[in-house]
Design a protein around this ligand. Structure first.
Ligand code: HEM
Length: 156
């Protein structure tokens, strides 16, 4: 083999290797960017901001009828609470919204929320999820997301 044709052969092998590498790389990124292996967020499973705000509005209505805790919300700006709670839940479930309000400790500091009030609030929330026909799995995921916040909210 003459020197130039050896070089051409080397070049051919190198470019074949590059093509193989590119194909593999594109194949891999293509796979994840097409979402083949990515799970939908809880946010999208709940119907995004529209679905979540619907749950929040129904929840606040349920709380307003609940004698165990409605007095706590008597002087609260309800439309503002609804929009804050919606933004918070959108953010926590993986949505693009950014909740800019106080953290859960700061938001409930000085309220001295009792265990019984916490349970009433969470029971109303669960009832609302059922009323709004949120599937069982997403109900459990959402409640599981809220449960650990108890230590920041109760008795502060
Ligand atoms: C995981 C459970 C809870 C979550 C995620 C939550 C979330 C929130 C959020 C996001 C706000 C708005 C904060 C702001 O913008 O200033 C808020 C306010 C409030 N929360 Fe909660 N909360 C929870 C439990 C409770 C419980 C158990 C009670 C009482 C029974 C309660 C009573 C209130 C009240 C009265 C306000 C209004 C404060 C005000 O505007 O003056 N929350 N909560």
């Amino acid at each position: 083999m003459s020197i130039p044709s050896r070089l051409r052969a080397k070049h051919r092998i190198a470019s074949m290797a590059m093509t193989a590498l590119l194909t593999a790389t594109l194949g891999l990124t293509g796979c994840s960017s097409m979402g083949t292996h990515t799970q939908p967020t809880l946010y999208s499973q709940l119907g995004g901001e529209k679905g979540i705000s619907q749950v929040v509005n129904a929840f606040v209505l349920n709380v307003s009828h609940d004698q165990r805790i409605n007095a706590r919300f008597a002087h609260v700006n309800i439309p503002k609470l609804e929009s804050q709670l919606t933004a918070f839940l959108c953010q926590e479930t993986g949505g693009p919204q950014v909740y800019t309000g106080p953290d859960m400790y700061a938001a409930h500091k000085g309220m001295h929320i009792t265990n019984a009030q916490w349970t009433a609030f969470m029971t109303d929330f669960e009832l609302t999820l059922k009323q709004e026909k949120v599937p069982q799995l997403q109900q459990a995921q959402l409640l599981g997301l809220l449960e650990p916040m108890k230590s920041e909210i109760v008795g502060k």
